[in-house]
Ligand binder design. Structure first.
Ligand code: ATP
Length: 931
């Protein structure tokens, strides 16, 4: 059985002082030890070592504030990821803690910013995805859900609503199946063929994730974020193996009072609390095994229902990263978070399991070691090929053989681990079956059958023995593969050749050492002899010494070279040896691991053994009773009778107790029946409800259908009406367009005419201006003439007055004459006088009719002015239509009346002539028109 690993990560605080130099590292209200990465102490204050309320605990790993993202991953989640990748196990990693303690940071890191392979800030998800994708040939898909207020939302949905970040997404249902597990109905599973594609999808979901705010953290996630990777491994001719790797960024675990939550936020908080406490209950229930395992409340929250198949420690690797804040103000939150961590740690099988050597990572290490050896071998082969051309082909062959052997070995290891895994599952299954059988038998023993069925018991014992043998005996397969491995190691010709080279070098080294020693002895001898004489023998000796010294030097050089070569070879040899040792150790570990899993499987069957012990105990009790009876029978009859009575009583008691237990059972059975009846009733009501809902749905569907039909016919009507209206509208538009065109034409025409008229008006206006000026000139001239005429008129009047005076004088003279005549003249004379008077009158008349020289002068002058005026006149303008000019002409005052008479058809010359005539008439009196 796997264990749940619990790691605690302490987040850094901005104002945190640097760690003390002592072994105890104090960070706010928590302390860690420098040399123990599992120790954690939390205290509300007190001294640096232990506060009065100090609470010390050990966890699987404690990460101080300075620890990196990489260290967190390597020591927690990597194991789960590798188990999922290399051993097809489900894996789940939780991030638990109060708001702002660093859950999202640990889980996602800076996924929005980087997510590239090299970033130090990459969280567990990005690192896990990259490690997972190192294995090729597996079909993978990713999902990202959010569980908010017990509603599940798909963060990778591609619906219309999801296109806007933060838009309201539809909530989805969790579905479960006994064999297929749990899934979200209608949720997207994005197929991903590379780590980058997978990280991109997660990044998209992360953006979509709803963010709320509380008084404690401005952008606090109030939801659980679940990233799920589905791995489908296909093997030829077999059903594909499906596993899930799940990362869960849980919602903040803070207490409601501290978060100052009210109203909607309070509801959120209670939903979060409920789902977190359900998660705890499920983990604890799953931690129990066999008969101890009670009902697991998966259905109590959406989160646990979704993770139903990814939480069981028997089939899944689980890790909980607990994030805490060292801030003294958060002391109570931190202690309550750590309480959860301790409870998880206490789950059976987890205590003290500091990332113990489980089966999977060891095999993974072995696989890695093989890879490393392969690489080393190939690089070594390349090096040697350069140095030793002669044996290159041979070495190449050896290397190839060795590589093939390693290949075989690694595939064998894989095969073994697969078989081993299958076997573990099989064993687990058998154990479960046995457990059920034992339970059955126990029930039979305790209840209905007072005499145990010894045949059943014997079968059971036999089965238990077989099972034990199966699990306890060393696995023959392991032996076989180990033997094969050792063979491959001992067969290695390269190792042999290296050993031979090593021996040769050792021999050579020995020889060289001997030569050196001889040379040294000779040198000593020479020194002794050279001091006493300088003979030829001595010189000869010196020469010899010299040559020996040279030899020695060359030998020493050679020795140096050989020693170096030897050193290199022995290093290589040692390395190879250590690799071989490591490989042998790995093989031993593999065996150990297999036996451990067997032990784990045995552990699973502990309940089975317990049950067996109970059965044996019952049997022993019964046996003891029987022995007692036999013993008593051997005693005297009274005792026998008494004992028989006692026995009878005992039997009665037994029978009574049996009856009681029967009654108990009956009561329980009745209760069970009752429960059953209630359940049946509930089922019935649920079925009824379902039926009624179904019928309602059907009705609704019918209604919808009818509505749709109505809607479509209404739509058709509207469409036809629309078409008609559109046609009418089109026609009217055409008409209007035509009319419009005509209006445009008219407007153009009028515009043209207006332009022409404007030009004409301009011409006329200038003409009128000129004429007006002329008229004013003429008027001035006329005024002068008028003045002259006035002068003449006054002259005439003066002359007339004089004339009148003269006439009066004449009349008086005549009267006087008449008076005189009347007194002295005859009728003849009178008649002669009358005739004379008549002649005078005639003369006067003639005198009056003959022109006065002054008058003649005047008339001459008037004629001259009139001629001048006539000569200065412009040529007469063409006749114009009155209708065109009517509006454009200035008012009637501009031209004299005559100009507009007779329908405006009077020419200018005529008008002027008219004026001249009038002037003349006023000057000269009534002249005939022809003048
Ligand atoms: N170990 C750490 N190193 C550096 N920064 C950290 C660490 N832990 C947390 N932080 C920073 O603290 C802030 C809060 O962290 P984070 O959002 O991960 O908290 P949380 O527990 O997920 O809160 P919530 O429940 O609101 O999501 C972030 O800005 C994050 O970068």
């Amino acid at each position: 059985m796997s264990s749940i690993r619990v790691a605690v990560r302490i987040r850094p605080l901005p104002d945190m002082s640097s760690p003390s130099k002592s072994n105890i590292q104090k960070h706010g209200c928590v302390s860690t030890l420098l040399d123990d990465e599992t120790f954690l102490q939390v205290s509300s204050g007190g001294s640096e070592t232990t506060g009065s309320d100090a609470d010390e605990q050990k966890y699987d790993y404690v990460f101080p504030p300075s620890s990196t993202q990489s260290k967190l991953y390597e020591n927690t989640a990597k194991r789960v990821v590798l188990a999922s990748r290399d051993y097809s196990r489900d894996g789940t990693i939780f991030f638990y803690g109060q708001t702002g303690a660093g859950k999202s940071y640990s889980c996602f890191g800076d996924i929005l910013k980087a997510g590239n392979a090299a970033s130090d800030e990459n969280g567990v998800v990005v690192r896990g995805i990259r490690d997972l994708f190192e294995e090729e040939g597996v079909q993978r898909s990713v999902s990202f859900y959010e569980i908010f207020k017990e509603r599940v939302y798909d963060l990778l949905a591609t619906t219309k609503a999801s296109k806007n970040v933060g838009a309201k997404l539809p909530s989805l249902n969790v579905r479960t199946h006994p064999t297929k597990g749990s899934w979200i109905e209608g949720a997207a599973e994005i197929d991903v063929d590379s780590a980058d594609a997978c990280i991109d999808a997660v990044r998209k979901g992360f953006k979509q994730r709803a963010i709320g705010s509380t008084a404690m953290n401005e952008q606090s996630s109030r939801s659980h974020g679940v990233v799920r990777l589905k791995n489908v491994r296909k093997t030829k001719g077999k059903t594909p193996i499906i596993t899930y790797l799940t990362f869960v960024d849980l919602a903040g675990s803070e207490r409601q009072t501290d978060a100052k939550t009210t109203g909607e936020r309070l509801k959120e908080a209670s939903s979060i609390n409920k789902s977190l406490s359900t998660l705890g209950s499920v983990i604890f229930a799953l931690g129990k095994s066999g008969n101890d395992r009670e009902h697991v409340p998966f259905r109590d929250s959406k989160l646990t229902l979704l993770l139903k198949n990814s939480l069981d420690p028997a089939t899944c690797e689980t890790c909980v990263v607990v994030n805490v804040s060292p801030c003294p103000k958060q002391y109570f939150e931190t202690t309550s978070t750590l309480k959860f961590a301790r409870r998880v740690k206490m789950i059976k099988g987890t205590a003290g399991a500091k990332f113990d050597a489980g089966p999977n990572p060891e095999v993974a290490d072995l696989v890695k070691e093989i890879g490393r050896l392969k690489m080393e071998l190939s690089s070594k082969g390349q090096e040697e090929a350069k140095v030793d051309h002669k044996g290159a082909a041979e070495k190449d062959l050896q290397i190839k053989q060795y590589a093939r052997r390693i290949e075989e070995l690694s595939s064998s290891t894989e095969e073994t681990s697969n078989r081993f895994r299958a076997k573990a599952i099989e064993d687990n299954f058998i154990a479960k079956l046995h457990n059920a059988t034992i339970k059955d038998l126990l029930l039979k023993l305790q209840g209905q059958n007072p005499d145990p069925n010894f045949d059943d018991l014997a079968t059971l014992c036999e089965e238990i023995d077989v099972l034990r043998r199966k699990t306890d005996l060393p696995n023959p397969e392991i032996g076989f593969w180990r033997m094969k491995y050792e063979e491959s190691v001992s067969d290695n010709s390269e190792v042999k050749s290296l050993r031979a080279v090593n021996e040769t070098i050792a021999n050579e080294k020995q020889q060289l050492q001997q030569q050196a020693e001889t040379a040294q002895a000779l040198m000593a001898k020479n020194q002794a002899t050279s001091a006493s004489n300088e003979t030829a023998a001595a010189r000869e000796a010196e020469r010899q010494i010299k040559s020996l010294q040279d030899n020695l030097e060359s030998l020493e050089n050679r020795l140096d070279g050989t020693t170096k070569a030897n050193q290199t070879l022995s290093d290589n040899n040692a390395q190879l040896k250590s690799h071989l040792n490591a490989a042998t150790i790995q093989a031993a570990k593999l065996e150990h691991e297999m036996s451990q899993v067997s032990v784990a499987s045995t552990h699973d069957k502990k309940d089975l053994e317990d049950t067996k012990a109970q059965v044996t105990k019952h049997l022993a009790t019964i046996k003891m009773g029987k022995e007692l009876v036999a013993k008593l029978k051997r005693n005297h009859e009274e005792e026998m009778t008494q004992l028989q009575t006692e026995l009878f009583e005992q039997s009665e008691n037994l029978v009574r107790s049996k009856d009681e237990s029967d009654n108990d059972l009956k009561v329980k059975l009745a209760a069970a029946f009752k429960d059953n009846a209630v359940l049946v009733q509930r089922l019935k009501s649920i079925t009824d409800e379902r039926d009624s809902t179904r019928s309602q749905l059907e009705n609704a569907a019918t209604t919808i259908e009818t509505l749709e039909t109505n809607l479509s016919s209404a739509r058709k009507d509207v469409e036809s009406e629309m078409m008609e209206r559109e046609a009418g509208h089109k026609k009217r538009t055409n008409e209007l367009e035509a009319e419009n065109a005509r209006a445009y034409e008219r407007a153009d025409k009028w515009e043209r005419i207006a332009e022409e008229n404007t030009t004409k008006i301009q011409t006329l206006t200038s003409e009128v201006k000129r004429l007006t000026k002329k008229r004013s000139d003429d008027a001035f001239e006329l005024e002068n003439l008028q003045e002259d005429m006035d002068t003449m008129t006054s002259n005439v009047k003066y002359l007339q007055g004089e004339n009148q005076e003269l006439e009066e004088i004449i009349i008086r003279l005549e009267n006087m004459q008449q008076g005189l005549d009347a007194g002295m003249s005859d009728p003849l004379e009178q008649r002669e006088e009358e005739e004379e008077e008549e002649e005078e009158e005639e003369e006067e008349e003639e005198e009056e009719a003959s022109p006065n020289p002054e008058d003649l002068l005047m008339e001459q002058r008037a004629r001259q002015v009139l001629e001048e005026a006539t000569l200065n006149l412009p040529p007469s303008p063409p006749p114009v239509e009155t209708s065109v000019y009517e509006d454009a002409l200035p008012d009637e005052n501009v031209l004299p009346d005559e100009y507009t008479e007779s329908g405006g058809c009077v020419s200018k010359n005529e008008a002027v002539v008219g004026v001249s005539r009038q002037t003349r008439r006023s000057i000269l009196g009534d002249l005939p028109d022809n003048e």
